[in-house]
Write a protein that binds this ligand. Sequence first.
Ligand SMILES: [Zn+2]
Length: 260
Amino acid sequence: MTFLIITLRFQNTQRFKNETRRMPVLINGNLKEVLVIPGVVVASSYRDLLRERAYKVCDFCKRGLCRDIDPKLQEVSDLSSARETYRHVVEECLVDDVLGFMIPSPYPVKRTSCLMVSNAIPIDGSYALTICVDESKIGSLEFAEIGLVDEKPQALSERDKRCQIALKTLSEWLLRVLQVKSLVAFRSPIYINPGDCLCDRYIAEIVQALPVVRDTAQTRIECCFYDDKKLAEPNEVCSEAKTLDEVLRFIEGTLQSTSI
Ligand SMILES: [Zn+2]
């Protein structure tokens, strides 16, 4: 299993200006009410772009609908048809593969999203956000969530192609839709919460913390960052990119990292 974790500051406040919610957030030890962009709203803009970039999209996703309402899938009532339905939906649609689905049939068939997005919190005129991608799950047919084990192959033959499209779309989305300003991206076999420092040292604090996390958790971390504030210093875990583009290439580099 490999997680790709991206913590960033993005600038496109205009795109989400009508989607903010007032929420209490712990900022530097104090609870404050701020205008937050819900993670589900941010993630839906990735869904829109993936729908355009994917080479296989079901009719429901094409029309911006959830697969959940497909009447043909509502009758699943036993283990064997649950397996077939799960396989069919993942194979047929890259959007459902990456972003998950839930079919409320008598025998529910569920896949959680391979991409998790936090709420976006305002800092210094931009927004801070963390994205976690479970790369090993894209194109995988493991039924762990519903306790099923299938005797057929556990991953689609086109898994590598699907990972490349999902991650290439992710980097395009970061650059074009979110208009990312600075970011730290790292790959790790365990999920790491990057912390809650919300000031202009946001990226720098995470870069500084990662070697400590690596040593404490005794795990391997590969990391690349770009800090437009120039406050972050490279270290033995985190390499500094000269341009945003370099970090985006790191994000797209899933195939090299599958050996982690
Ligand atoms: Zn779909």
